[in-house]
Write a protein that binds this ligand. Sequence first.
Ligand SMILES: [Zn+2]
Length: 248
Amino acid sequence: MIDRNDLTRVCADWMAVDQVQDYCPNGLQVEGKREIRKLATAVTASLDAIEAAIEWGADALLVHHGFFWRNEAASIVGAKAARIRRLIQADMNLFAYHLPLDIHAEFGNNAELAKLWNLVDDASDVKRVWRTGSLEFSLPIEGFVDRIRRTLRREPLVIQAGPKQVKRVAWCSGGAQSYFAQAIEQGIDVFITGEVSEPCYHQALESGVHFIVAGHHATERYGVQALGAKLANQFSLEHRYIELANPV
Ligand SMILES: [Zn+2]
């Protein structure tokens, strides 16, 4: 069991949330009951995820994508009201960790992707959200794509534009296509993120760098699971990760 305020403090400490510039609040976003024994995790605090957490009897739901984004309307109406109403009715806490949970060197999304794909992080510029690193051995691009397909259980979209054998990699969970140009400057063979925009196609071809679109949801499943497991282990909580398929 852990007190909700202690959980807030522990996570703030582990992830140094006050040192990360973000565009949503990181920490306790909706306050519920005081004592937490059952912790659910999910990628996004969607209504389906909230209902599944309530059904399981969770005392808290911890997500990567919570509420209150910088450019969204402040009013609590419509779908946002429905989500918050269900949380408050159930007296369930909502914790959200966005960028702090992408960049954490031990259990962040990018660190977890490196473990899944056997990438050695250069560990340069540790506060930068996107990462560069290397495969242990160079691989045919098809082999690397197959590794991503198998581990994420999802068909990636591949813009094949780089060398036949790949070794140098840049990657970032979620929607990090805007970092592609900066990553190219680091001398990479392949760039992987969750989403893509139209200009990336031409950028890839003209720079000779492969671009792999591995799914925003699929690349962000792993941080919340690792954090949830660590909290469960440390404070003897029951933990359940709620996977809700999302094709994006
Ligand atoms: Zn995201």
